[in-house]
Design a protein around this ligand. Structure first.
Ligand code: PLP
Length: 375
């Protein structure tokens, strides 16, 4: 499907091509090379963690962390329920068992109340999870001051899925620095892209070094090919890293523009039986995607998506919660409230609007006009 206005298309700042040409000139067209190291160092510095490992996707990044945490068949993993499937796919790779945690109504991020319920259940069963995967949803940080103490109390490591929150802050600290391990994604529709890629971030340099080893087929230091462990072919290419370096230099500008788009939507859509989801005071969101929450019960997210589609505008319903996905076949799920499921409510009412930082003001106005026509 071709659209005139896409949800979140790539937008280059200018330096990317220069860095890619540098890679060509030096013939580092491989999953090795100087841009990879430079990109990793620059990202670790920017986020404020000790080390970073550039890989082929955010999903691969989560998989490497699973390996480090020794997640095996039958092990429980607690997961944010309102997320993209990439968050949870590694659960299948290791035949682990997901337990989904509902969101809290304000930020739509993991509910501390539901998380505590899940831990109490696990404790009673005598079966603690090996990890908790917490997503910073649509660029807005999870409530780390509530979630981290719960995970610490039960002694379970935290994987921060900051795939959507590159550049976002929570109380002045960067998303990607809160979990024991964190991941980012640079897929084509994320706020910054390398055409496809991801990063593992951590304060634990020993763990990152081991993941680096696994990500390049676990080759032992020998002249011949020697393998004592199995690995993966997950390392980022030097070409992609060159794009990443340029995108990172452009990131603050991208966030500035996305914040303006967010404001334009908040202002432009006032008075409709719907509103743009705002962010909590303590959160500085990168405004990756804007979500329109529809109050009018006669209008469904799909109605809006189809109407905008007919006008050449790409929109999408909010993530369909994981506990509703057939692939998981009735997984265990803990809710925030007894009689109301927050994630199902979001899925039933919210639409993601075009939010790319390459959008012109005219295009924003076109989306706003079309949206008004929908109501
Ligand atoms: C995009 C995304 C991923 C997966 O990243 P890929 O680079 O596409 O593998 C994981 N989690 C969340 C929340 C995402 O939005």
């Amino acid at each position: 499907m071709a659209f005139d206005i896409f949800l979140s298309p790539p937008h280059m700042g200018g330096k990317e091509l220069e860095y890619v040409q540098e890679a060509f000139r030096s013939n580092w067209i491989a999953p090795y090379g100087p841009s990879i190291n430079q990109f990793e160092e620059a990202m670790a510095d920017y986020i404020g963690v000790a080390d970073a490992l550039a890989v082929t996707s955010g999903t691969a990044a989560i998989h490497l962390i699973f390996r480090w945490l020794n997640i095996q068949e039958g092990d429980l993993v607690f997961c944010s329920d309102l997320t993209f499937i990439g968050s949870c796919d590694p659960v299948f790779y290791e035949r682990a068992v997901p337990v989904f945690i509902d969101s809290e109504p304000d930020s739509w991020n993991m509910s501390p109340v539901a998380l505590e319920k899940a831990f109490r259940w696990a404790k009673a069963e005598g079966r603690m999870p090996k990890a908790v995967i917490v997503v910073d949803l649509y660029g807005e940080s999870a409530d780390w001051d509530s979630l981290l103490p719960i995970c610490r109390k039960y002694g379970v490591p935290v994987i921060e899925d900051a795939a959507e929150a590159v550049g976002s802050l929570y109380k002045g600290k960067r998303c990607g620095s809160f979990g024991d391990f964190a991941v980012q994604s640079y897929n084509g529709n994320k706020i910054m892209t390398t055409s496809g890629g991801g990063m593992v971030l951590s304060h634990d340099t020993v763990a990152i070094e081991k993941m680096r080893f696994w990500s390049t087929q676990a080759r032992e230091p020998a002249i011949h090919y020697e393998h004592k462990e199995y690995g993966y072919n997950y390392r980022m290419s030097n070409i992609c890293a060159a794009i990443g370096r340029g995108q990172l230099e452009f990131l603050e500008e991208k966030i500035r523009i996305r914040k303006k788009i967010h404001k334009a939507y908040v202002e432009g859509l006032k008075g409709l039986p719907a509103y743009i989801k705002e962010h909590a005071q303590k959160n500085y969101s990168n405004c990756w995607l804007n979500l329109l929450y529809i109050v009018d019960e006669n209008i469904a997210p799909n109605d809006i998506v189809v109407k905008l589609q007919n006008a050449g505008i790409e929109a999408r319903p909010a993530w369909k919660p994981m506990h509703m996905q057939p692939v998981f076949n009735q997984p265990r799920f803990f809710t925030h409230d007894e009689d109301h499921v927050v994630d199902e409510d979001v899925f039933a009412h919210a639409v993601c609007l075009p939010s790319g930082d390459g959008m012109t003001e005219l295009q924003q106005q076109m989306v706003i006009t079309e949206l008004k026509n929908c109501f």
